[in-house]
Structure formats: C-alpha cells, structure tokens
Ligand binder design. Structure first.
Ligand code: FFO
Ligand code: GTP
Ligand code: MG
Length: 468
C-alpha cells in the first residue's frame, strides 16, 4: 500500500515500557489543529499565531476514562522541524497506558473531526524528512544506524553518515563520470568535423581509473555492516575440538550445545561479544567432516560460507590429538585475512606432547586455551581486539562505509562502467559508451536517493521502527 504523504501522522517516538517521559509525535498539515482540540494550556494561549519552537505546559483530559494528565508540548512549525512539516510533540509521563490512551484519543478525535490523521508507518517521519529534502537517502540510513549503534565507535560512524560522508564520496565519482560523459557527447556532436575532442585511448584511460576507484569502494570491508552487527568472527575446526565450548566460555553463558559426541553443532549459531567497546559477532559452525549425511553436508556448506565472509577466522584444534591430521581435513587452502590459531583442551595431559603446528599456520598468532579451566581466554580476547585495533580490520572514521544496499548499487554501477569499457575496446560508436555511462550515473544516484523507486524507499524505511 502506498502511504499518503498528505496525511497527518502520529506515533509514539519513545520505546514502549515505563520511563520518566514518553514522546508522542504528530507531523503533517493538521498536526496543530489536532492538538488544539484536546490540549488545555496553562495559561491560555492563541494557537493561531504561535511561533515555531514554542513549548507549552498544560493538560490533556480523557473524557471516557475521567483522567487528566500533565503534558508539555513542543511545537515546531514547517519548515523548521525534522520532517519540514508542522510537528507537535507531546511529552507525557512515561507510562505505556498513557501512551496507548493518548494515541487512541488523538486518532479517534481526528476521525470525528474529519481529519486525515493515521498511525505512522515504520520510518515514516524520516521518510518525510527525505521526501522534503532535509536529508538524502544515505543520511536517512545514517539516522537508522545512529539509533542502532551499540558502541561509541559505531556511533561515530553513523554520525559521519548522517553528516553526508557517504553521499560526498559517491557524488565525487558521479562527477567524474559526468565529466567524461560530457566530453564523449561533445565528440558525438562534433563527429562530422575534423576535431578530435577526446581520443579513444583517453576514454579507455579514464574509464579504467573509474573502475579502479569504484572497485576500491567494494573491496573495503563492509564496515557499516560491521558496525551494526559486530565483526564477523568465525570459529572453524574439526568436530569435537571445543568450538561451542569456547564460545560459551567467552560469553560466560551457555549459548551453544556442547557434547562429547562429534557433530553436535549443525546450524550456524551467532552471538555477540563486546570487548573494550568493540562488538564481535561470534559465529559457531559445525565441525568440518567429510560426510554423506544430508544435514551435515548442508551444515558444512554453511560453515564454509561463513568462513568466506569472515573478517576474523579463529581456527580451533584439539590439542589432545594429532594437529597435522586435523589440518589436512580442514581444507584451508584459500585462507586469507585475519587468522588466530587456537590449540584447545590444553588442560588435558596429552596436549603437552603435541604442540607442533604445521608450517603454513606458523605465521598466525597462536594461543593455547582450555574452555574447561578458562586458560588462555584472556589472551584470545586480546588477540581479537588487537586484530581490530592493529588496523587490520578497518574501522577508522576516514574511509567511506557503505550499507549492503549501497554496495549493491555500486556493484551494479560498476557493471555499467565495465560495459562502457567493452564498447570502447570494441571501437563501438560513442553513443553506446555514453549510454552505459549514463546508466552508471543513475545507479549511483540511488544511493543518495536522487533516483528512487518505491521499492528502494520501502526497503530502506521498513528497517526503521515506528515513530522515527
Ligand atoms: N524533542 C526532539 N528531539 C530531537 C529530535 C526530535 O524530533 N524531537 N530529533 C529527531 O530527529 C533530532 C533533531 N532533529 C531535527 C533536525 C532539524 C530540525 C530543524 O527544525 N531544523 C531547522 C533549523 C533549526 C535551526 O534553527 O537551527 C532547519 O533546518 O530549517 C529539527 C529537529 C534530535 N533531537
Ligand atoms: N578437557 C577439555 N574438554 C573440552 C574442552 N573444550 C571442549 N571440551 C569437550 O569436548 C567435547 C566437544 O566440545 P564441543 O564444544 O561440543 O565441540 P565442538 O567443536 O563445538 O563440536 P561440534 O559442534 O561437534 O563440531 C565436549 O565433551 C566438551 O566438554 C577443553 O578445553 N578441555
Ligand atoms: Mg559445536
């Protein structure tokens, strides 16, 4: 259903539950009229010529329930509000009952007096801020990440996004394409004359630079994803080596099932661990086993897929049995990035004899642990934070970080650039090159929302909660 943008919308903007104060927000052409009908100000005021940013004390009386509650109103008149519409905020005591009653009252009163007022959809306030040009789409996503931020680092990132960092980086690339395009189009216009405005070699050169710059965006770690969910940290190893036990020990609670029977974990199980303000998304996988079992081979595929996406790979070995043999079974050929090697069960006697690890793993930091006694866990936590703080995982504020949606748009735009390159290499007419370049510009336009479809907007704003 396409939500009507002329409606006045209302929602609770504070989370449900008890608190000192709750805020109900009304936005739209009839916001002030709606509140005027139900609010009893102390002292009396004239709503007609009320200036923007006025706060008013007073009461709201619920006739059906015979209750009167004290409220403070904040009135922001268009365009001086978040949505650029007339906005009224009702600050009430933070009781879920009051919030419920107030929403019902505003809606039913609005309907009685024939106003087009309705409950807002998720993210609709921010959607209006976007539609009215207060923020672009990438900034709207920044708002979402601010709300979701769990640590100060994540917050910094999100604030930069709200400030327009992402949009600026994309604008820069767009301008480069536009500039190239204008040369090519001028060349088309002057094609009947004997002036060469831009050589094919020069076009290829410039496209190549574009490809390189865009690819650089894509090869950066998915930092926005990182910042909202934690750094993907996969525990990988043979069955029964103690992966689940280690995760439980790190978390200090029983998250995964642990059992002496190999093949206990069958699904990919994730949990969040925060160390010194950094969130790690610990991913427990099924132990690698070359089996015919259908469920297990599905589990293997998922484990392998997690390994590919991982930003940190923790290889877990059972210290009480032959490690070279375990390595052989694990298919570690294309291991890249941050690896930490763990030799677990160091509490067991046998462990003392077999500590030799194969050469290919010697370049990685190693830690002996016991999930049973807790030995080595502090060192493991240190290694985890070191891999982040050592800069091997990029969390710094100066590189652009893109959401999954934004990366996908960059990817599609890059495909158009590749097509432009193909046309140039095949000596096709300039029109074809220009066409592909225009496609690339438009696709990048989706990121800031210059080019939008209902689908794109739905996708972005449906992730918000109601009332934002
Ligand atoms: N009570 C309350 N606090 C809140 C919000 C809110 O909606 N309500 N916000 C919700 O996100 C944030 C502030 N968002 C806002 C952003 C711009 C404008 C605004 O009216 N800007 C005017 C100029 C303001 C000025 O005079 O400097 C403008 O740009 O025209 C208002 C709220 C954070 N705090
Ligand atoms: N002595 C000792 N036993 C351990 C240690 N860590 C795990 N175990 C035991 O090893 C067995 C397997 O542990 P799990 O944590 O289920 O192993 P897993 O790697 O998750 O196994 P799968 O899910 O089957 O791949 C259990 O009986 C644990 O109690 C350890 O540090 N020392
Ligand atoms: Mg397990």
């Amino acid at each position: 259903m396409f939500p009507e943008t002329q409606d006045t919308i209302v929602a609770a903007s504070t989370p449900s539950g008890r608190s000192l104060c709750a805020i109900i927000k009304i936005s739209g052409p009839e916001a002030i009229q709606c509140i005027k009908d139900i609010f009893i100000p102390t002292p009396q005021i004239n709503f007609e010529h009320i200036p923007t940013y006025t706060s008013l004390c007073g009461h709201i009386r619920f006739p059906a329930e015979h209750v009167t509650i004290p409220v403070v109103l904040y009135i922001m008149k268009q365009p001086y509000s978040y949505t650029k519409e007339d906005v009224v905020e009702i600050h009430t005591p933070g009781s879920p009952v009051i919030v419920e009653m107030l929403l019902c009252f505003i809606l039913s009163n609005g309907i009685h007096t024939k106003k087009s007022i309705r409950l807002s959809q998720p993210g609709e306030f921010t959607k209006r801020a976007f539609l009215h040009g207060r923020i672009d789409l990438a900034q709207a996503e920044g708002v979402l990440h601010i709300i979701r931020a769990q640590t100060d680092r994540e917050l910094n990132r999100a604030v930069a996004q709200l400030g327009g960092d992402v949009s600026k980086k994309i604008k820069h690339i767009q301008n480069d394409i536009v500039s190239l395009c204008s040369y090519i189009e001028a060349a088309i216009d002057f094609s009947d004359q004997d002036i060469e405005l831009i050589s094919t070699a020069e076009i290829r050169n410039r496209i190549e630079i574009l490809e390189k710059n865009m690819l650089q965006f894509l090869t950066q770690p998915e930092t926005m994803k990182v910042t909202s969910e934690g750094i993907d940290t996969v525990l990988y190893g043979n069955p029964n080596v103690g992966k689940s036990s280690l995760i439980n020990a790190l978390l200090g609670r029983k998250r995964s099932i642990v059992c002496e029977i190999p093949g206990t974990t069958r699904d990919v199980i994730t949990s969040t661990l925060e160390i010194e303000g950094i969130c790690f998304k610990l991913i427990d996988t099924a132990g690698i086993d070359n089996t015919e079992d259908v469920i297990m081979s599905g589990a293997m595929e998922m484990a392998q897929a997690s390994l590919k996406r991982a930003q940190i790979v923790v290889l877990v070995f059972d210290g009480s049995i032959d490690i070279s043999k375990q390595v052989k079974e694990m298919e570690l050929e294309d291991l890249t990035g941050n690896v930490i090697v763990i030799i677990n069960k160091c509490d067991l006697q046998k462990n003392k004899q077999i500590t030799e690890i194969p050469g290919m793993l010697k370049k990685y930091p190693l830690v002996h642990t016991s999930a049973l006694t807790g030995e080595g866990l502090e060192r493991l936590k240190e290694l985890l934070t070191e891999s982040v703080l050592g800069g091997r995982i990029n969390l710094s504020g100066d590189s652009a970080c893109f959401t999954v949606r934004q990366r996908e748009a960059i990817q599609r735009s890059l495909q158009s650039i590749h097509r432009a390159m193909e046309s140039a290499e095949n000596n096709e007419s300039h029109e074809f090159i220009a066409l592909s370049l225009h496609e690339a510009i438009d696709t990048l336009g989706e990121i800031a929302g210059e080019v939008t479809t209902e689908d794109i907007l739905d996708k972005v704003f449906s992730e918000f909660c109601i009332g934002k």
